[in-house]
Design a protein around this ligand. Structure first.
Ligand code: GLV
Ligand code: MN
Ligand code: MN
Length: 413
C-alpha cells in the first residue's frame, strides 16, 4: 500500500491547538488539568472519534485512540506524546507526536491499511513537571514506574493534590487501574521535535533516537534566619540564599568539567522567603535538574551537590533538607524499530542519522514495558521551551510520514 500522510491537516490542527493557551501567542502555556488542557483534550478526542478511532481514557487522564487490526487481542504498536506546555513555551514540543500520531493512524485508515496488530496513539497526562513537580506522571503510572502512594503525595503550588485536580477535570477512579497489563505494547515509537541543534546543523531530515538521557531532579531547602538588611551585621547573619548561590555556581562547573560531554545541570527555580529587597533570606528552596547519557556521571554530580549542600549548611549553621524528586536511568532504543525508521526514510528518500535525546520524553517510561525508539525532526536553531520554537510544516510532514510507515511495518513485524 502507498502510504501518504496529510501534513497540512496536522499543521492546521497544531495551529488550532496553540490557541488553547494561558499566555498570548506566540507563546503557549498549557498546564495539566486546566481549562486549556481540557480544550486540547476535547479537540483531540473529537478528531480521533471523527476519524473512526476507538477512544478511551484512564483514571489519570491518559487518552488512547486505537485503530484495531485483524486481531484485537494482539499487543498494539503504540505511539504518542504530550500536549501540556511549560510556561511561555512553543507550539511543537510534544504536540507533534500527539497530532502526528493521530494523523499517522488516520491516514493509514483512510488509505485502507489493515494492521495486523492494533495501532494506538496516546495523549499522555503531564509530561511536563510544571504543576506537580515531577515529569511524565501519566507514562510513569502506565509503566508502573511510580507508585500510587507517591502520586498521592504530590501537590501543586496551591496545595491541591493530583486527586483533587483530576477530579476537577472530570477524571476519577482508582489510579492503579491505569497501570498497563504486561505485554500491552509490542513496540512503542514516539515522534518528537529534536529540541536541539544537531539535525539542523547536519542538514538531516529524520533522526532515529538511540537513547534518552537519564534525568534526575531534587529540591534543596536551606533554613537560616531572616532579618533586617540594614541592621544585622555580616558576622551575625544566617543567610539561606548564599549557600544556594554557591551551589548553583558549583553545579555549572561540575557539569562543564565532568568526564562526559553530555552532562548538563540547570537550576530553573529558586524560591526566596520572605522575598523582600531589604530582608535577609531566611528560607530558600532551590530546584536542580541534572542529566547525562552516562548514569554514573549523572549520579556523581548529584551526590557531590548533596555533599556540598550539607557541608555549606554546617559551615554556616543553617538547616538543610534534600528532597529527591526523580532519579531515572537512561533508556536505550530497540534496534528493530530503529531499522524500521531508517528503512522508511530510505524508501522516502529522506536523509537520516542516529542521535541521542538529551530531553526526556514519555518514551523513557514506555521503554520499561516495551521495546522503544523515537523519531526526531529538526528544531530551528535548536530552540525549545521558548515561544520561538519552530519546525516547518514540511519537516513535520516528513516525521509523520516516517511514523506512519514505521508503525505499519511494525504492525506486521
Ligand atoms: C522535557 O520537557 C524535558 O525537560 O526534557
Ligand atoms: Mn518539554
Ligand atoms: Mn516534549
Amino acid at each position: 500500500m502507498n502510504i501518504k500522510v496529510n501534513g497540512k491537516r496536522t499543521w492546521d490542527e497544531l495551529e488550532q491547538l496553540s490557541t488553547f493557551s494561558d499566555t498570548p501567542a506566540p507563546s503557549v502555556t498549557r498546564i495539566i488539568y486546566t481549562e486549556n488542557d481540557l480544550k486540547a483534550r476535547n479537540y483531540f478526542k473529537g478528531l480521533a472519534r471523527e476519524a473512526g478511532l476507538e477512544v478511551r481514557e484512564d483514571a489519570i487522564g491518559n487518552i488512547f485512540a486505537r485503530l484495531n487490526g485483524d486481531d484485537k487481542s494482539l499487543p498494539a504498536i503504540g505511539t504518542g506524546s504530550h500536549c501540556d506546555a511549560i510556561p511561555h513555551a512553543g507550539k511543537y514540543d510534544g504536540t507533534v507526536g500527539v497530532f502526528g500520531g493521530l494523523e499517522a493512524l488516520r491516514s493509514l485508515k483512510e488509505g485502507g491499511f489493515k494492521p495486523r496488530r492494533p495501532l494506538e496513539v496516546v495523549f499522555f497526562t503531564s509530561e511536563e513537571p510544571t504543576r506537580f513537580g515531577i515529569g511524565c506522571i501519566g507514562s510513569r503510572l502506565m509503566a508502573g514506574a511510580i507508585t500510587v502512594d507517591h502520586i498521592h503525595t504530590l501537590k501543586d503550588k496551591d496545595g491541591l493534590s493530583v486527586d483533587q485536580a483530576r477530579a476537577a477535570a472530570g477524571y476519577s477512579g482508582d489510579l492503579s487501574s491505569a497501570i498497563l497489563p504486561p505485554k500491552y505494547y509490542e513496540y512503542f515509537v514516539e515522534l518528537h521535535i529534536e529540541q536541539g541543534p544537531v539535525l539542523e546543523r547536519e542538514k538531516i531530515e529524520i533522526g532515529a533516537v538511540t537513547a534518552i538521557a537519564a534525568p534526575a531532579s531534587f529540591r534543596i531547602h536551606f533554613t537560616g534566619q531572616a532579618g533586617h538588611a540594614g541592621s544585622v551585621l555580616m558576622p551575625q547573619r544566617k543567610d539561606a540564599l548564599v549557600p544556594a548561590a554557591i551551589l548553583i555556581a558549583e553545579l555549572e562547573s561540575l557539569a562543564k568539567n565532568s568526564d562526559s560531554p553530555d552532562s548538563v545541570g540547570t537550576v530553573g527555580v529558586v524560591k526566596v522567603h520572605p522575598g523582600a529587597i531589604n530582608s535577609i533570606p531566611g528560607k530558600v528552596t532551590v530546584e536542580f535538574d541534572i542529566r547525562d547519557i552516562k548514569l554514573s556521571t549523572r549520579d556523581g554530580i548529584v551526590h557531590e551537590i548533596h555533599r556540598r549542600a550539607r557541608q555549606l549548611a554546617e559551615e554556616r549553621s543553617l538547616q538543610v533538607e534534600i528532597e529527591m524528586i526523580n532519579s531515572d536511568p537512561p533508556a536505550i532504543s530497540h534496534e528493530t524499530i530503529l531499522q524500521a525508521i531508517e528503512e522508511s526514510a530510505t524508501l522516502q528518500g529522506y536523509s537520516k542519522m542516529r542521535l541521542v535525546s538529551r530531553a526526556y520524553h514519555d518514551s523513557l517510561f514506555m521503554a520499561r514495558i516495551a521495546p522503544m525508539a523515537m523519531i526526531f525532526v529538526p528544531s530551528k536553531n535548536g530552540y525549545s521551551h521558548r515561544p520561538d520554537e519552530y519546525t516547518s510544516p514540511e519537516e513535520i510532514e516528513r516525521g509523520v510520514q516516517i511514523l506512519a510507515m514505521t508503525m505499519s511495518k511494525l504492525s506486521h513485524a
